[in-house]
Design a binder for this molecule. Structure first.
Ligand code: UD1
Length: 310
């Protein structure tokens, strides 16, 4: 069983990844600065003796280095990030610090302490607003936000370590959804916003005609992909889309919520948001070929779980 250092462990994807690793029998050291993560996301994990949580800023000069020196991880899953595209536009410098500098710290710590593997939270945002669908890993990278640009740059920094014997896996997540996603901003993931509004008995707002589609992937599938990439033997370096390969429209999402909340007001339609893309869908085959990973949670099932557990 492995020793895994998880940065951003108290976040949405981090907490599910930590739980997956613990369920698989690994020992996990989580680190988080609680900027967008919450200790309560790890309530279940904190009951387990194989888990420890440390408060630290991954972008700080020697934080990850010290943690790696003490814990001697076999792998680092680097999920700590500035996660909001909108915030990266408002504060590009902070975006650089949290999405690029922090990744440099992780890379340096891995080299200094003989860490064999790094799994990195990249994003479909590196492809920008391409209309060349499905999005393949070879699709042109044309990020349209500081966030997307930073994720692409960070991928390059990490993949450079492969030449020095570190296995690096960059996971380009598509639209991840599930319990613990923060619905706080109007630009939070649409499913987290819809979930909160239905829960509060309010109707949702659809920007555009609702026929826009996304490749929505359950956070449980994402956590499993992270665990496979960090722990399964015989995996080489590379970048792969973490997606389902299927498109779901907002109207379908609303239809599923409406079945669970038959009393809810009908959705309100407003003009499409400027810059909104109509369709996005990834090609999922590379993760299957390189990691043996395919998404397993159908959107309707993932939504039913979200509605049940919150
Ligand atoms: C993602 C980013 C977003 C960024 C955009 C541009 C996330 C969660 N979102 O958006 O910050 O600006 O890429 O690259 O990473 N919608 C509604 N009603 C709502 C909320 C959203 O109809 O209350 C619509 C949006 O207009 C969009 C769709 O739902 O058409 C999905 O939105 P979102 O979840 O933000 O994902 P992306 O559009 O992929």
């Amino acid at each position: 069983m492995g020793r895994i250092l998880v940065t951003g462990a108290a976040g949405f994807i981090g907490s599910h990844t930590t739980e997956r690793l613990l369920a698989d029998g690994h020992t996990v050291l989580g680190v988080d600065n609680f900027r967008s993560g919450h200790r309560h996301n790890l309530t279940a994990a904190l009951r387990q003796s194989a888990f420890r949580l440390v408060e630290a800023d991954v972008a700080a000069a020697d934080a990850v280095d010290r943690l790696a020196a003490g814990f001697q991880p076999d792998a680092i899953i680097h999920l700590a990030a500035l996660v909001s595209v909108q915030e990266s536009i408002r504060d590009p410098e902070l975006n650089h610090r949290l999405n690029v500098t922090a990744t440099e710290r992780v890379a340096a710590a891995a080299l200094a302490h003989g860490v064999r593997r790094i799994v990195f939270a990249s994003s479909a945002a590196i492809y920008g607003d391409t209309t060349d669908l499905p999005i393949r890993e070879e699709t042109e990278k044309a990020p349209i936000s500081p966030y997307g640009a930073a994720k692409l740059h960070a991928e390059g920094l990490l993949l450079g370590l492969a030449a020095q014997g570190v296995t690096v896996r960059c996971h380009r997540y598509f639209n991840v959804f599930g319990p613990r996603q923060d619905p706080a901003s109007p630009y939070s993931g649409v499913i987290s916003i819809f979930d909160r509004r239905y829960r509060e008995g309010r109707g949702v707002t659809i920007y555009g005609d609702g026929r826009q589609t996304r490749d929505f992937i359950s956070v449980h599938d994402v956590a499993r992909a992270n665990a496979i990439a960090a722990t399964q033997p015989g995996i080489g370096s590379g970048a792969a889309n973490i997606c389902t390969g299927r498109a779901t429209s907002l109207l379908e999402i609303v239809g599923i919520f409406a079945r669970h909340y038959p009393q809810a007001p009908a959705p309100r339609f407003e003009p499409g948001r400027p810059g909104d893309i109509i369709h996005s869908r990834g090609r999922a085959e590379r993760a299957e070929a390189e990691l043996g990973f395919t998404a397993q949670v159908p959107v309707a099932e993932g939504l039913a779980e979200l509605i049940r557990v919150g």
